[in-house]
Design a binder for this molecule. Structure first.
Ligand code: NI
Length: 169
């Protein structure tokens, strides 16, 4: 099932998501649907609040279907180590048509649970590090535009408000 993706302005994106405590078939189905929804939207990461579910679940595939082993499921993730700095253009399926350069740590270790509830740790660099941070931010009610200058952020918000008025958002 492909879920519609909610956009900036929807309050579900602004609140911290609820911890996952039940690891059952329903969760597996939801994760399969999240991958399907992410691919359908041409994304490399998707967090549950983006499909209106305030639960601490995110999926990532920075290879976009190239490597099945690159499919990552992050449940209740926590960033446990960061180092360095890396600046790259970043976007979000919930803020379509906008991109901005964002400086984030270059190397990031995340601790999360998999679909069975097993705790694991994974370290990523550059794009993968960025995906860990971007998706974990979503689960904390935070969007990437919180990491850019107030000036750039206000400009984006202004443009979005115009689009909302025009019925284009
Ligand atoms: Ni996003």
């Amino acid at each position: 099932m492909i879920y519609p993706i909610v956009k900036f302005g929807n309050p579900v994106l602004d609140k911290p998501a609820e911890k996952v405590t039940v690891f059952d078939d329903e969760l597996q189905k939801l994760i399969d649907d999240m991958f399907e929804s992410m691919y359908a939207a041409h994304g490399v990461g998707l967090a549950a609040p983006q499909i209106s579910l305030s639960r601490r679940i995110a999926v990532i595939d920075i290879t976009f279907k190239e490597d099945p082993k690159a499919k990552l499921v992050l449940i209740n993730p926590e960033i446990i180590h960061t180092e360095g700095k890396h600046t790259q253009s970043e976007g979000c399926l919930s803020i379509p048509e906008f991109r901005e350069n964002v400086t984030r740590p270059n190397k990031v270790t995340v601790r999360a649970q998999d679909v069975h509830g097993k705790v694991y740790e994974k370290t990523g660099e550059e794009l993968l590090a960025r995906a860990f941070l971007h998706e974990t931010d979503h689960l904390n009610g935070k969007l990437y535009i919180s990491h850019i200058s107030a000036l750039k952020r206000d400009l984006i918000k202004r443009k979005i408000r115009k689009m909302i008025k025009a019925g284009e958002w």
